[in-house]
Design a protein around this ligand. Structure first.
Ligand SMILES: Cc1ncc(COP(=O)(O)O)c(C=O)c1O
Length: 438
């Protein structure tokens, strides 16, 4: 089967999946809407929210050996195992838990640069979210190392492997490259980056921020050969209030903040919230149920999860293709006069479902507001914002862009509604076919 432009779920199955998310088509106060801001926090699985709420009602300590406390503790131990084995794809290393994915990233990167006694520099990219970017810069300042930044390729919106290699030498301690961009949606070839970086020095620590990639595609820390990788459950159909990071065996055993009587590779500190783990287990169950729907013969949970994520990825690629190309009746973003899609590439196999766009004749803040007036929630990534300035700069996008980020549970009808609204906003802003061609 040709999957270059994705493969849609059946409409019935897509509707069924959507029914498992809260407020998928409407906000209780603001009414009908298209929630196309999943990169800022994804639609919530009802099951994840419900189990967190249920468990929060129990006062019992999850570290007890009997009764309800023991039952709550099982969510922590099982949840940790599932996140490591099923989401990250490994039985090695340790899980770092924090209130946010950013904290987990800072914690892991600082630990590496504090512990390693060799090396004079560390490298990251200009495309990173401030959390991964500043984690490296901060640790360089702390440990007196040179901080190096790799520019993005403004044509593809990605990070070229050759560009990475120009910044790495045998004195590089750590290289941090995000798995996918939170603005352009481009997927990086982390496996190849890691392989080539390790040819320069096999001891280099490779880090990948997978916060924006996790809800769209499979993470495989062993296959990628990385030492650190993180994700945020609230961007992955789950709940706010926690961030998770994998650290490899060699990082897990480094000197780090922990209770001193615990084993060297224990990173958990204090009493964890069972509800956060249970919510993530609900997300894992949901993804596995998609895998099982398509391949009822598969057995292992990781296998089912990988199948589920691959199916999600195919549905999202098909949605992306429709958004860009449209249909016979309805032009896609690439064909609506006055619309610009940034870092647009033909090869959609290198993209997650995140689009950066703008419309001639209307400012970005005004455009985001105009979308909201039409019932579409999107977000403006402005060059004047300190969160976006460096990133849109390296992508060669002058003022910034509107980020449009639907989710796999959206369907063709949702994309078409968005395209119709976009066409009407573009027309109202004075963009006609004649204008666009002239
Ligand atoms: C790529 C990427 N990394 C890290 C983060 C930080 O996540 P958090 O704010 O949950 O720590 C974000 C948040 O938008 C992100 O998009």
């Amino acid at each position: 089967m040709d999957t270059r432009n994705g493969v849609f779920f059946s409409d019935e199955y897509q509707e069924y999946l959507k029914s498992q998310f809260s407020y998928a088509d409407s906000d209780p106060e603001y009414g009908h809407r298209l929630f196309f801001e999943n990169s800022g926090g994804s639609l919530r699985l009802k099951q994840a929210v419900e189990i967190k709420r249920e468990l929060e009602e129990f006062p019992d300590c999850p570290e007890r050996a009997r009764g309800r406390g023991r039952d709550l503790g099982v969510f922590v131990t099982e949840g940790t195992r599932e996140i490591m084995n099923i989401v990250f794809g490994t039985s090695q290393g340790a899980l770092v838990t924090d209130l946010t994915a950013s904290q987990a990233m800072f914690h892991a990167v600082s630990t590496i640069l504090d512990n390693v006694k060799w090396g004079t520099n560390a490298v990251t990219t200009q495309l990173e979210h401030p959390s991964a970017h500043d984690a490296v810069e901060y640790a360089c300042i702390r440990t007196g190392r040179e901080f190096r930044e790799i520019p993005a390729n403004p044509k593809t919106g990605g990070i070229d492997v050759e560009e990475v290699l120009k910044h790495v030498d045998e004195n590089t301690v750590l290289v941090s490259v995000m798995a996918a961009s939170n603005i352009s949606g481009n997927i990086m070839d982390i496996k190849e980056i890691s392989r080539r970086v390790h040819e320069i020095n096999p001891d280099i620590y490779v880090v990948s921020d997978a916060v924006q990639h996790a809800p769209h595609c499979v993470i495989d820390v062993e296959d990628w050969d990385v030492d650190v990788c993180n994700f945020a459950p609230y961007k992955f159909f789950g709940v706010r209030g926690c961030g998770f990071a994998y650290v490899s065996h060699r990082v897990a055993n480094m000197f780090h903040a922990k209770l001193l009587f615990k084993a060297p590779d224990v990173w958990a500190l204090g009493t964890p919230a069972p509800g956060n783990f249970a919510a993530m287990m609900a997300v894992i169950d949901y993804v596995c149920s998609i895998g099982r729907h398509f391949t009822p013969d598969k057995q292992g949970a990781r296998e089912l999860f990988v199948e589920g994520m691959n199916r999600i990825h195919m549905q999202e690629r098909a949605l992306l293709h429709r958004m860009l190309e449209g249909t016979k009746e309805l032009p896609g973003l690439r064909h609506i006069p006055g619309v610009h899609v940034y870092t647009d590439i033909e090869d959609l196999t290198k993209k997650d479902l995140i689009v950066a766009m703008s419309i001639d004749g209307i400012g970005l803040v005004e455009l985001a507001e105009e979308y909201m007036n039409h019932g579409v929630t999107v977000f403006e990534r402005l060059s004047s914002s300190q969160y976006s300035e460096r990133i849109v700069g390296t992508l060669g996008i002058k003022d910034g862009a509107i980020r449009v980020s639907p989710l796999h549970c959206h369907g063709k009808k949702d994309i078409d509604e968005y395209l119709r609204i976009t066409r009407s906003i573009a027309r109202a802003a004075g963009n006609t076919q004649k204008n666009a061609e002239g």
